[in-house]
Write a protein that binds this ligand. Structure first.
Ligand code: MN
Length: 494
């Protein structure tokens, strides 16, 4: 047992094998691309896409004699991220060469940080869905270069190399092996993504590969303390795949161990089509890379005042936002979690809640809006209903122009057409009927049509609901429900 080994799986997290119960141990190495216009050591564009090899400087192409120059902006983003992870900022850090040969890495080494990373230990609070919050420790964050891309599918006999990505700044954020389930790992990744997005240090765009995870998985028999041999699943770029990969990999290891075999330390790939992991290469150890300090780069020394300045400029982070949503708006922990998890949702909610009933606003955003967006497969940014329009709809309920039920129909139309609620209400004649004369006439007609139900409601108070339903239906759902209740009670004598 080591001092790292502080968390034990809860009994409901254990995985049953044929012979015994097993604990899953997960640690993540997340590569997050710094939102910088230029690369880490050159002035070439770091923009996604572009014609192949359009964003390549002589430094990125590793021409002889070229010298790397550190990009101050990228260093600042690493510090911001470190502060956002409640981590130690190292006043002195170093860059090392990590040697390996890939066609898409013309230097023959990656400039990374090995023994002296810019950011040391930290921790973040993570909230697995439907579970209590847990603390996951961060081991380190270091800056390093991304590699280029080999393209194998343009020709049957040749491989092409695109160096646009070569030299782009990455922050590698390494967790402690603190996670005990696929769900915890996904929650950790999502929280990390929410933090870097709130900080603006990484756009978190997983489709473009701006954030991807290497997932370390091992298993051990429940109740034992020594670590199992781990396998690393490379470059997982969605939390759904991450969870599937962890679950598959844990089962694979358990089966081998229960059959008396042993786990080979290796790097594996997850195949999303087959839902399984397979061997990519046997895992290198650090000494295989022959790390050594890059003689072209001086130690990176940080100025106290600069760190303080960055600290003072940090935005409100998701956890602080969550707490504020609970205290300022009286939201439940659940709603506060959902609405603070990304800055777009938070801003949308606050725009709707401003000078309105905040709990009602939270309900509309988390249930009606998110539900409808989900159905349409749309992101919040692409929502046909903007915060101002949803706010206007709530105002129309509050001032009695429409009732709550009609509001849902109007909202559905807003989602379809992107129109303002007022326009839909006027065009479709959905204004609430508060004219008691009209409601009375509708109720009189109902009573004349159903004389048999009149006695019924006197003996059985539950039958009153039937009358309310019929009266609402008779007015096309537009009647003021309170007035309908009052008039019905008076006329039926209940
Ligand atoms: Mn790395």
């Amino acid at each position: 047992m080591t001092e790292l080994d502080v968390r034990s799986a809860r009994s409901d997290q254990l995985v049953a094998g044929q012979k015994s119960q097993w604990e899953i141990i997960v640690g993540l190495e997340v590569h997050a691309q710094v939102t910088s216009q230029a690369k880490l050591f050159s002035g070439a564009s770091a923009a996604y896409g572009g014609a192949p090899n359009a964003h390549v400087s002589l430094v990125d192409a590793a021409m002889p004699g070229m010298l790397p120059v550190i990009n101050r902006y990228c260093v600042e983003q690493a510090i911001r991220t470190g502060l956002g992870l409640n981590a130690e900022i190292h006043r002195v850090s170093r860059f090392d060469r990590k040697n390996y040969f890939y066609p898409d890495l013309p230097q023959g080494y990656q400039i990374s940080q090995y023994k002296s990373p810019i950011v040391g230990e930290g921790e973040i609070e993570v909230e697995p869905e439907g579970e209590d919050a847990i603390v996951i420790r961060i081991e380190r964050l270091h800056l390093e270069q991304d590699a280029g891309k080999s393209i194998h599918d343009l020709s049957p006999s040749e491989t092409f190399v695109d160096l646009n990505r070569a030299g782009v700044a990455l922050m590698e954020i390494v967790s402690r092996p603190d996670m005990r389930s696929a769900k915890e790992a996904a929650a950790y990744f999502n929280k990390l993504r929410a933090i870097v997005r709130a900080l603006g240090t990484c756009d978190g765009n997983m489709e473009e590969g701006s954030m991807r995870a290497d997932v370390n998985v091992s298993v051990r028999r429940a109740g034992t303390r020594e670590w199992g041999t781990r396998c690393e699943i490379k470059n997982v770029n969605s939390t759904r795949f991450m969870m599937a990969a962890i679950e598959y990999e844990a089962r694979r290891q358990i089966e081998i161990l229960e059959a008396g075999g042993s786990i080979d330390q290796e790097t594996r790939l997850f195949d999303p089509d087959k839902g399984e992991t397979r061997t990519m290469r046997s895992k290198e150890d650090a000494h295989d890379y022959r790390y050594f300090p890059d003689p072209d780069l001086l130690p990176l020394k940080l100025d106290e005042a600069w760190i303080a300045e960055i600290k003072a400029s940090l935005p409100e982070l998701p956890d602080a936002k969550k707490k504020r949503f609970m205290s300022e708006y009286g939201l439940s922990l659940y709603d506060a979690r959902v609405l603070s998890s990304d800055s777009e949702s938070a801003a949308y909610f606050e725009a709707v809640a401003k000078s309105r009933d905040a709990k009602q606003a939270a309900n509309w955003v988390t249930q009606e809006l998110f539900g409808a967006l989900n159905k349409k497969g749309l992101e919040l940014a692409a929502s046909p209903v903007k915060a101002e329009a949803l706010g206007a709809l709530l105002d129309l309920v509050k001032d009695g122009t429409i009732n709550g039920k009609i509001a849902k129909d109007v909202f559905a139309k807003m989602m379809e057409t992107g129109e303002a609620p007022g326009a839909i209400i006027e065009r479709e004649g959905l204004r609430q009927v508060t004219d008691t004369g009209a409601i009375e006439r509708a109720i009189d007609a109902l009573m004349a049509a159903h004389p048999d139900k009149l006695d019924d409601v006197k003996q059985n108070p539950k039958a009153f609901g039937w009358w309310v339903g019929q009266a609402m239906k008779a007015t096309g759902g537009k009647a003021n429900p309170q007035k309908v209740n009052e008039i019905l009670r008076a006329k039926l004598g209940v």
